[in-house]
Each structure stands twice: as C-alpha cells, then as structure tokens.
Design a protein around this ligand. Structure first.
Ligand SMILES: [Zn+2]
Ligand SMILES: [Zn+2]
Length: 323
C-alpha cells in the first residue's frame, strides 16, 4: 500500500473545508490509493455517507475525527488556551464506538466555541483508537510554537502512556510554510526522545490548488468577515489540497533540516502512514443511521437557531459561539 491520506476534511468540517465526500473518493481512486481517512473537525457527521459511498470505489474507509482537546479540562472556560487539535482514527469497532462517545460528549459537555474533549474522556474512551498529534494547532505543535517545550513533552508522554507508543504518532506536515521547517525539526526531536513514530500527512481542506480561493471565502463566512476584511482568516498558501502520492512524496513529506537516524527522513515518515492504513480495518458495520441518533440529552436547551450549542459562559466570559 502506498501513500494514503489520513488527515482529510470534508464539507462536514463545517465552514472549514470545501471537499464533498464523492470528490474525495474520486480523487483517491484516480490516484490509486487503497485507503482513505475522513477526519472532520469534532464530528462524525460524514461517516455514514462515507461508508455508503466508499463501497463503489474499492477503497478502505478509515473513520476518524480531528478532536478539540481542552488542556485544562472540557468544563474550563477561563481565558487562555481553549483547545489543541488532536487527530483520532478508529482501529477497530470499539474505536469507532469510542469516537462516537468522544464526539457526542464534546458537544454536550465540552462545548465552548468548539466541541471539546479532555484527558479524562480520553482515559475512558481511547480503546481501539490511533491518535496522531495533528497540525500546527496540534497538541504538540502549538505548545512548541509558543516556546513551551515542557508542555509539549508532557502531553506527548501522557498520550503515549495512555494508548501505547505504537498507537500515538507524531504528525509532521509540509504546506510550504516557513515556520513548518523548524517546527518539524522540533517535533522530530520530541518523537525521538519519547520513542514515538512519525506520521507524514497533508491537511486536506480542498480538492485542488485552485479551490483555495473558494476555501478562503468559506472561512470568511465562518468568521463573519469578507474577502476585503483586513483581519480576515485565511490559510497561507495553496497546499491544503488532495495531493497525489507523487506530489505528496515530493512536496508534502517534510524534509527535516537535520537527519533522524539511518533511514532517509522521508521514508521514515512514510512508513507509519502505510502501516496505519493497513491496520485500520473497514468499519461501520452498524445499521445505516445508527451512528448518530440525534437524541438531545436532557437539560440541553435547543430553543433558538444555535440553542443546542449555547450554554452560559463562566463569569466574565462570552457565551459559547455557534459552529
Ligand atoms: Zn488541525
Ligand atoms: Zn486538519
């Protein structure tokens, strides 16, 4: 099995990605990829559609989600870091059930700007999950970028001890951003110190490079800005597209400025990608529609357009925003 995409956002990463599931599958098929993950932000809303459509393509579906991890607990709403990204892939049926739990509890218990989970929930629901450290907003990268090496190392150790070193990967990415090179060096060094495997990914948010403009418009809608706003949100560059294995080999796979042992850095990073694709079996044997029943938990007020997501904030804080 060659390169497969394991960090992929669809339109179910609401107002954050433009890819339709069918388009992702068509591209994966065109590029001869044997497996494909779906890792939408905080939810599994695309999992059933993915499961149904993938059957027509002979591609192994890997169900995942890019979780929001609240470093000070899912109930915390004080100023400071609200969340880091943490990617989770289901390795088996138990893992899939745990993803459902984590996603649901993120919304019903941890929602504050985003559906957030925390270490306590991971301790309860991490069986059958492969965790990876996600993007530059990730649980290792964000503290490293802020100069908090100790915090990054603490989270690295905690997650390694929770799921085991074979199930926690340090994710490295290359979207051509200047800060990524130094960041990748730090991540690789941390991985070596904690004896964790590396995983090279491309953070897929749109299908083709030319879609980056449409993607930026979507981000502006999310943040209530226009393309003319000076403080609008955008992703730097046009490298968040669905790359072929060749492109991924040549451009997406990070090339650290320092070596990482006997193996060439790009191969060392590639191998876990292959391994994860092989290990994670096709999932979702549950009946269609069984994944998310849509039952509203007791005590949650659903009045108003975003009522289900609004909870009183802590004193002095702002109310939880929608999406
Ligand atoms: Zn991310
Ligand atoms: Zn992502």
């Amino acid at each position: 099995m060659g390169f497969v995409h394991l960090h992929v956002h669809s339109e179910y990463s609401i107002l954050d990605a433009t890819c339709r599931i069918e388009e992702l599958l068509l591209k994966a098929k065109e590029y001869g990829m044997k497996a494909l993950a779906l890792t939408d932000h905080g939810n599994l809303c695309g999992a059933i559609e993915f499961h149904h459509k993938v059957k027509n393509y002979g591609i192994k579906p890997i169900i995942g989600t890019e979780l929001y991890f609240a470093p000070r607990g899912r109930f915390d709403r004080m100023p400071g870091p609200r969340y880091y990204h943490l990617l989770a892939l289901a390795e088996n049926e138990q893992g899939y059930k745990n993803l459902l739990k984590l996603s649901s509890l993120g919304y019903t218990e941890g929602f504050y700007y985003k559906p957030r989970i925390d270490m306590e929930l991971l301790e309860r629901y991490s069986d059958g999950l492969i965790l990876t450290s996600a993007c530059k907003s990730g649980i290792l990268a964000k503290p490293l970028l802020q100069g908090n090496r100790q915090e990054a190392e603490n989270w690295g150790r905690a997650l390694r001890d929770l799921v085991g070193p074979e199930n926690f990967f340090v994710e490295i990415q290359n979207h051509g951003l200047p800060e990524e090179r130094e960041l990748n060096d730090s991540l690789i060094e941390l991985a070596r110190r904690l004896e964790l495997p590396l995983l090279a990914t491309n953070d897929v948010h749109y299908i083709a490079p030319e879609d980056c403009e449409a993607h930026e418009v979507l981000l502006n809608i999310q943040s209530d800005k226009t393309v003319l706003s000076e403080d609008r949100r955008s992703f730097e560059g046009d490298q968040y597209y669905f790359k072929s294995a060749d492109r991924a080999d040549g451009r997406a796979i990070p090339r650290p400025s320092r070596g990482i042992g006997e193996q060439p850095p790009d191969r060392r990073a590639m191998q876990p990608e292959v391994e994860v694709g092989r290990r994670s079996p096709a999932l979702l044997r549950a009946a269609p529609g069984a994944a998310q029943s849509g039952r509203i938990p007791e005590g949650v007020d659903i009045s108003g357009s975003r009522g289900a997501l609004r909870r009183p904030a802590s004193p002095g804080g702002s109310p939880a925003a929608g999406v």
